[in-house]
Design a protein around this ligand. Structure first.
Ligand SMILES: NC(=O)c1ccc[n+]([C@@H]2O[C@H](COP(=O)([O-])OP(=O)(O)OC[C@H]3O[C@@H](n4cnc5c(N)ncnc54)[C@H](OP(=O)(O)O)[C@@H]3O)[C@@H](O)[C@H]2O)c1
Length: 286
């Protein structure tokens, strides 16, 4: 608490979903410790009232240590931790280097682990809530997005274990599973499109990558929808264990219960369709 306002730490608050969460919670009576890496982002966050910007790279132990010290100095306990920081990259798994896979896990899983461990005593004090930013990629493994999907599936397993360990101590763990949300993450993904040009799977990987980026940039939900869900999760007396935030929520719920062999067929069909569309577009432009 700070001045009777519940305090919440949001990681990756510089852009997209994290920025929307920060602004929404801060304008709805919460105090937000907003983690960001770049000076420019920290200065922008400082302009919001009810926001304390913190330099926080979730892979940097010193930043994490300082984050805990600052929260301890300013607040009584910590009511919420929103593990939002994340990166996404794709590529054919048979061509992705172990270094690239590790880099992704450093942020999307090990970063979550480090920051959660560090502030857990503060969450315990406030009988708080840990909110994990998973994804539809945390339960549906899209072909050619293997690195990202692996990291989000790992986060789901991590969160389920953690919840079963700490719930008796009064700290809740909630998973958010957004579908396509229009944020800068899609622009950042463009650099991977040419990376696997020499691969056996180059054609499929490129077509799927381009399709996902185009849809992500133009047909996603607003990050505000995720922010509103996080507010609900932090204020509900009994939050659910998982929240899907997506336009096609029903389709996703079906994915969770359909047999894997059937989902495999759907995924293969989708790849074939997207490749065909990509070919048609190339031929049309000739
Ligand atoms: N957009 C979607 O469709 C979608 C769907 C499902 C789930 N998600 C998840 O939502 C979360 C936010 O993504 P977004 O779409 O809002 O993308 P975004 O705009 O690219 O935001 C990602 C945030 O994570 C931060 N970040 C990256 N590496 C970091 C590190 N090592 N330490 C601390 N912060 C780091 C970025 O900071 P910098 O600005 O410093 O790089 C940025 O603030 C991610 O976990 C993502 O997987 C997104």
């Amino acid at each position: 608490m700070i001045n009777n306002q519940p305090s919440v730490l949001v990681t990756g608050a510089s852009s997209g979903i994290g920025l929307a969460i920060t602004q929404y919670l801060a304008s709805n009576g919460m105090h937000v410790f907003a983690g960001a890496r770049k000076q420019e982002a920290l200065e922008g966050l400082a302009k919001n009232s009810n926001v304390t910007p913190l330099k926080l790279d979730v892979t940097n132990s010193e930043d994490i240590k300082q984050t805990k010290i600052i929260i301890e100095e300013k607040a009584t306990g910590l009511f919420g931790l929103v593990n939002n920081a994340g990166i996404g990259n794709g590529g054919p798994l048979m061509d992705v280097s172990v270094e690239d896979l590790r880099a992704l896990f450093e942020v999307n899983l090990f970063g979550v682990h480090q920051i959660t461990q560090a502030v857990f005593p503060l969450l315990l004090k406030a009988k708080g809530r840990i909110v994990m930013m998973s994804s539809d990629s945390g339960f549906f493994a899209t072909p050619f997005f293997g690195p990202y999907c692996s990291s989000k599936f790992a986060l789901e397993g991590y969160s389920d274990s953690l919840r079963r360990e700490i719930t008796p101590y009064g700290v809740k763990v909630i998973l958010i599973e957004p579908g396509r949300i229009t944020t800068p993450i899609w622009d950042k993904g463009e650099k991977y499109l040419n990376k696997y040009a020499g691969s056996l799977f180059a054609m499929e990987a490129r077509a799927i990558g381009e399709y996902a980026i185009r849809k992500g940039k133009t047909a996603g939900l607003s990050p505000l929808e995720v922010a509103k869900t996080i507010y609900q999760v932090l204020t509900a007396a009994n939050p659910k264990l998982r929240y899907i935030v997506a336009a096609n929520k029903l389709e996703y719920q079906m994915m969770k219960i359909l047999p894997a062999s059937y989902v495999d067929k759907l995924a293969l069909k989708k790849v074939q369709k997207v490749v065909k569309l990509a070919h048609a577009a190339v031929n049309h432009s000739k």
